[in-house]
Design a protein. Structure first.
Length: 341
């Protein structure tokens, strides 16, 4: 969201600080796209050609490439430069144990690091669909509900929670300007990107391959660490079918089954605590899904409910419900980490 730092005799907070910094500095700013400057290029021209706002990305570009720039930050023809990520600013350390991550939007950008209980854990979070594909579409009070917008909002909330607990997080699907939103009806757009800042193709196979390749490349760079890929979707079924949150895993992965089961059990326990007598009928099963089958990390694929069912829609359109889902997923992932690290 970069050479490794060797730190001795440092406080627990500073260690957590540097670990959390990797969400944007190490993953994003050391592995960004490389581009070659052409004759006559200036920074503004180069950024514009690659769809980046000069006013927003000028300073990050200079910081990334300061050792390769000429006098007055001139570009040198034939030299390879790194591009910043659209919509992503490096995290800023604020007072105490608080940091700022602009990807979460103005209201939620300031993130307090509350614990290091996920120190060493790496998560690849993949919100379903995006770009030209809104995914499943439902209606509530004549308002359109798009799967990609609601899945992304829950995914962002989960990312923020994981960071608060010391994890390294990669947002595989990302929107340059949405941030976490508290509205019930989330406006649909098509500007989502795939990590790093690739345009998402319309073709389904190309889209799935694109995000799978992004995860697998990152997986190799984090070899030896505890790693999980979490994909979040919203299902589409008949209007009369009420379903609970349910989970898929790769049939070849016993660890994937265990992780999915831990998440399901967490939801069951939470419903017993907060809505006793409601019952919970979420399931865990294997399914031949492309991103689950082909990503290298242990993968869990989550369906949040039926976008066409009135009761399930409350899980998406109510801000507190979206946050609760993210909180419960966080709790389940903490258990998974502690049991399997």
């Amino acid at each position: 969201m970069g050479p490794k730092l060797h730190i001795k005799n440092i406080s627990a907070f500073l260690l957590t600080f540097f670990l959390v910094m990797t969400i944007f500095t190490r993953p994003l700013y050391s592995q960004n796209k490389e581009v070659v400057a052409q004759k006559g290029d200036g920074i503004y021209t180069l950024l514009s050609r690659h769809g980046l706002s000069a006013s927003e990305h000028l300073n990050p570009f200079i910081e990334l490439n300061k050792t390769k720039l000429g006098k007055n930050n001139a570009l040198l023809a034939g030299v390879t430069y790194l591009l910043p990520i659209a919509g992503v600013a490096p995290p800023e350390k604020l007072a105490g144990n608080t940091m700022r991550f602009d990807i979460f939007g103005k209201k939620y950008a300031e993130v307090e690091i509350k614990s290091d209980q996920l120190k060493g854990a790496v998560y690849y979070l993949m919100a379903g669909h995006g770009g030209p594909d809104p995914g499943a579409i439902g209606k509530y009070n004549n308002k359109m509900l798009c799967e990609d917008e609601y899945a992304y909002d829950v995914t962002l909330r989960l990312a923020r929670n994981l960071i608060q607990n010391g994890a390294t997080v990669y947002m595989i699907t990302r929107d340059p300007d949405d941030g976490i939103r508290d509205e019930s009806y989330l406006k649909a757009d098509k500007d989502e990107l795939c990590y790093y800042d690739d345009k998402i193709p319309l073709n389904q196979i190309k889209r799935l391959r694109q995000r799978t390749n992004a995860v697998n490349k990152l997986y190799k760079s984090n070899k030896g660490k505890f790693q999980r890929m979490v994909a979040i979707h919203v299902d589409s079924r008949s209007r009369g079918e009420n379903i609970d949150v349910f989970f898929y895993h790769d049939k070849r992965s016993n660890t994937g089954y265990a992780a999915a089961t831990t998440l399901k059990n967490t939801f069951k326990m939470k419903y017993q605590q907060h809505q006793p007598g409601r019952g919970y009928h979420g399931t865990v099963s294997n399914r031949n899904l492309y991103v689950v089958r082909n990503t290298y990390p242990v993968a869990v694929y989550i369906e949040l409910g039926n976008i066409n069912h009135r009761r399930d829609q409350q899980r998406f359109i109510l801000t507190n419900s979206r946050q609760a889902v993210a909180n419960w997923l966080t709790d389940g992932l903490v258990v998974d980490f502690k049991e399997n690290k």
